[in-house]
Design a protein around this ligand. Structure first.
Ligand SMILES: Cc1cc2nc3c(=O)[nH]c(=O)nc-3n(C[C@H](O)[C@H](O)[C@H](O)COP(=O)(O)OP(=O)(O)OC[C@H]3O[C@@H](n4cnc5c(N)ncnc54)[C@H](O)[C@@H]3O)c2cc1C
Length: 474
């Protein structure tokens, strides 16, 4: 109440008080603001569920706890949720970053038991039930680790330094600026040899991300290059998709994989399979066996690894830097810490390598954990988590997609429509759905969608610096 009175009298005091009396008052205001911020970390009579990460999994946990007798605190290093499946369209300039992101505060604005803070969580202290964060130490009754994954360079420092990853919006924007700047620079070069590394794109990793990016780049070459850059020739731009596996879209059916390969090669992508990258120095990518390609555009989508705060025992971190959880999604050896989504490894007879790193796993685990927490609080029995595989979709380009929906497998135009529909309904926010839909219609009709602006200069040197903050967000 006194806080309320303090605020109400602010305006009057600022108008009437002499300057020397304002100073102590300002200090009191600052104290009040800090108190407001810290109130998110105060304890109430309800158990506190802290969710680290507002991705696909974290969103579900928080949403399913709406109206339940718990206090929910979500922490994320960004204040928005990222719809990663459309990152490649941000990177290739056909969508603006805002249309695939959604404010976490806005998403939960009507949820009374929900609080959010921007914070990077650095360490978990399971023995004290606290976490260390960039905004201080925070205690929890139940902790949900939903921190997702990051790019895995498999320890190759040179590749990490010079190749471009695409796991977040800042990285997708870096990639977009890098592509556009290299196209601009190519227009200034006189000879074919000088243009070659600027106009050669090498995508390492032929999973869905690599395939979708390769398709999008091929479409830029086939439909946009000569319109936007009349100085350049279509034949001068090369797109390579490479993988050490013998097929593209490894986890998909052979039928889908074969069709995706045909789509890509028809669009002019050079697909190199059974090829292992040896090194990349920012100019030349070398493969085992001696093959080399000159390129200033190497994009790495060959693997991910779990991203997590420190503090957990090394014994429970398994292959792919993931946290070993039991069939209740509980971190092994703990009673009140859960891990879900990309960061979790639930090793069972059915899933000896854990579940795949896809949005549906995170979504289903998120819903399950919210339920499990309430059952645990109420002393009710819990059931083990069971993943229901709804199938896989990947698009290669206009009218070209592949769909493996259980036993039903189809490719081409209808799969492309299904792909668009599923992605549209899965996007957060009505405005985003409308904007993306309009963009897609515009691109379909004009063959020339997106604005392709260089809003800020991309600086490779800053990215290549060893500072992890710069390399992630520059
Ligand atoms: C380019 C790309 C395309 C993809 N396409 C598809 C697709 O078509 N279909 C599909 O099913 N899946 C796809 N995926 C995979 C899918 O996006 C992931 O499986 C899914 O996002 C995992 O959800 P999550 O909740 O585990 O983590 P995420 O959604 O990654 O969320 C993790 C959150 O944790 C936050 N965070 C991380 N560390 C910290 C920390 N220390 N402190 C605070 N916050 C932190 C992050 O900021 C992020 O918001 C794609 C992924 C990528 C990168």
């Amino acid at each position: 109440m006194s806080d309320l009175l303090l605020l109400c009298s602010c305006k009057r005091i600022f108008k009437t008080a002499p300057k020397q009396h304002l100073e102590p008052f300002l200090f009191e205001c600052i104290g009040f603001t800090i108190k407001c911020i810290m109130s998110t970390t105060d304890k109430t009579k309800f158990p506190r569920v802290v969710i680290v990460g507002g991705g696909f999994g974290g969103l579900q946990v928080a949403g399913k706890l709406d109206g339940k007798p718990v206090d929910v605190l979500m922490l994320d290093k960004h204040n928005y949720h990222t719809f990663q499946p459309l990152l490649y369209q941000v990177a290739t300039g056909s969508l603006e970053a805002e249309s695939i992101a959604f404010s976490l505060r806005k998403n939960f604005s009507g949820q009374k038991n929900f609080r959010f803070n921007i914070a990077e969580v650095s360490k978990i202290n399971p023995e004290k039930n606290t976490i260390e964060t960039s905004i201080g130490e925070i205690d929890y009754d139940y902790l949900v680790i939903a921190t997702g994954s990051t790019t895995n360079f498999f320890g190759n420092k040179d590749i990490e330094e010079f190749a471009m990853p695409m796991k977040s919006i800042p990285e997708a924007l870096n990639l977009r600026y890098s592509i556009l700047q290299n196209l601009e620079e190519a227009t200034l070069k006189a000879t074919k040899a000088e243009k070659e590394p600027l106009l050669t794109f090498v995508l390492v990793g032929a999973g869905p991300t690599g395939v979708e990016l390769a398709g999008a780049l091929a479409e830029i070459r086939n439909h946009i290059l000569c319109k936007d850059y009349p100085e350049l020739k279509k034949e001068d731009m090369k797109v390579y998709l490479v993988d050490f596996l013998p097929k593209v879209l490894g986890p998909f059916s052979d039928e889908a994989s074969r069709k995706a390969y045909d789509f890509l090669t028809d669009m002019g992508v050079d697909v190199l399979l059974n090829v292992k990258v040896e090194s990349y120095d920012g100019k030349v990518i070398k493969f085992e066996g001696g093959k080399t390609i000159k390129s200033k555009n190497v994009i790495w989508s060959a693997g991910v690894m779990g991203e997590m705060p420190g503090g957990l025992s090394k014994d429970i971190i398994v292959r792919g830097n993931r946290i070993k959880v039991d069939d209740n999604c509980r971190v092994e050896g703990t009673g009140n810490i859960y891990a879900i989504g990309d960061v979790a490894a639930m090793i069972t007879n059915d899933t000896p390598k854990g579940h795949p790193g896809v949005a549906q796993v995170a979504i289903q685990m998120g819903k399950y954990v919210a339920e499990n927490i309430m059952q645990t609080i109420n002393g009710e029995p819990t059931k083990p988590f069971k993943y229901f595989d709804k199938g896989s979709l990947a698009t290669i380009g206009r009218n070209k997609a592949v769909a493996d929906l259980g036993k039903v497998k189809f490719q081409g135009f209808f799969a492309w429509l299904v792909w668009m529909f599923v992605h549209l309904i899965s996007l957060l926010g009505f405005r985003n759905k409308v904007i993306v839909f309009i963009n897609w219609i515009g691109s379909y009709i004009s063959f020339n969608g997106g604005s392709r602006l260089i809003i800020r200069k991309f600086n490779r040197e800053a990215l290549a610096s060893k500072d992890p903050q710069v390399s992630k967000t520059a």
